[in-house]
Design a protein around this ligand. Structure first.
Ligand code: AMP
Length: 377
């Protein structure tokens, strides 16, 4: 059920300043040099735009397909000023862009998505509080700032839950699982790094899905069909579309994504990760204010990929069609999996994408592929 919505409540929002679309040859700045930046730069080039990557690491995946790299830290004021002066709009490809850097840039050049989206996505407590505040359910949660908070939160959740760092955690990093724990919590807060934590109640989900949605500069929104995601060792392994979910679950997931986009006055693509419970209801796990790994299938199964969609949104162009022409399975190539590339190339109806990383490391995302199947009903 790929969906569209023409702005707030189905109408053009009043009083919104609709930005002019960027003309061909304009320059888009991208903060972050990973594979997401690489695929954004490729999509931008196809629409006639130039790209500049701000990334400290030399010869990063994104710089290989962009026009230029500014090799500096993400919070380097001189580099940010240089980026702002050289670009017509700036976006980013990861959610841990320093909020101060986004705000500094925004004083000089349009920045999409808004800094507020970074603030919400960077802190699991702010994120869950925001989601609950706009009527989207999440796992129960308690902030944990010492061992005493942890003991109280575990008692409230019957001894089970997942303890996570509030900031800088991703792909299951910085997490500890408790199952019917009745032991002593002394020292656990320090063992987690002595940083602010959050305990989430354990969700017995039936499956995990995600929605990739976008909002344009004119307030119109569009979403791809939800993908069903399987993780291995905390890292996304496969995304399958369509997900095995009921139509009302898919509708609720897309509506949740649209509500988040509206509440943040967002421009660009967002990834919303959700748990599906056995009764078909959904809880949001987290939001990623950027293109998302579970949306890579769109480059193979849709006329307009999530990368082009994001570039369209930040460039002020109309959003593209989100319907898929094929069913599909996307699989990540992690570490040595990349050795399968040559065999995969021999398969029909398979789209391979490698990220140009010369060094193979365990756990490193080296590429992905999407296997297409004729679309079911
Ligand atoms: P995260 O780092 O929050 O994306 O979590 C990584 C993975 O851990 C998720 O994709 C889930 O498979 C699992 N997970 C996270 N939070 C919970 C929870 N509250 N209950 C059960 N499983 C969870």
């Amino acid at each position: 059920m790929a969906g569209r919505s023409d702005g707030e409540g189905g109408r053009r929002p009043h009083g919104r300043i609709v930005t002019q679309a960027l003309v061909a040859g304009s320059t888009i700045g991208i903060i972050g040099g990973g594979q997401l930046g690489r695929m954004l730069a490729m999509a931008a080039a196809r629409l006639g735009y130039r790209t500049i990557i701000l990334e400290p690491q030399a010869d990063c995946p994104a710089a290989q397909t962009a026009n230029r790299q500014i090799a500096a830290a993400y919070d380097d004021r001189a580099a940010l000023a240089e980026l702002a002066a050289a670009c017509d709009v700036v976006t980013y490809e990861f959610e841990n862009v320093p909020v101060e850097a986004a705000k500094f840039l925004a004083a000089a050049v349009p920045v999409h998505p808004p800094a507020r989206a970074l603030e919400v996505a960077q802190d699991r407590l702010a994120e869950k509080t925001f989601l609950n505040g706009i009527g989207i359910s999440t796992a129960d949660f308690r902030p944990v700032d010492n061992d005493r908070d942890l003991a109280a939160a575990l008692a409230a959740f019957g001894g089970s839950g997942i303890l996570k760092t509030r900031r800088m955690g991703y792909d299951g990093k910085g997490q500890r699982v408790f199952r019917e724990f009745a032991g002593d919590v002394a020292g656990i807060f320090d063992a987690m790094g002595g940083v602010p934590l959050i305990l989430e109640s354990f969700v017995s989900f039936e499956r995990e899905i995600s929605v990739i949605a976008a909002r344009g500069a004119d307030g119109a929104s569009a979403a791809y069909d939800p993908a069903e995601n399987i993780h291995r060792a905390g890292i996304l392994h496969t995304s399958t579309v369509p997900a095995s979910i009921r139509p009302d679950t898919a509708k609720a997931a897309v509506e949740a994504a649209f509500a988040i986009l509206r509440a943040l006055d967002y421009v660009g693509v967002i990834g919303v990760e959700l748990f599906v419970l056995p009764d078909g209801s959904i809880l949001s796990n987290e939001i990623a204010p950027r293109v998302h790994n579970s949306g890579h299938w769109t480059e193979a199964a849709c006329a307009v990929s999530q990368f082009e969609q994001h570039i369209r949104a930040v460039a002020g162009l109309p959003l593209g069609d989100t319907r898929r022409h094929s069913d599909c399975l996307m699989e990540n190539l992690i570490g040595d999996d990349v050795l399968r590339a040559e065999a995969l190339l021999a398969e029909p109806d398979l789209v391979l994408h490698l990220y140009g990383k010369s060094e193979v490391r365990p756990g490193r995302k080296m590429g992905h592929f999407t296997r297409l199947k004729p679309r079911g009903i």
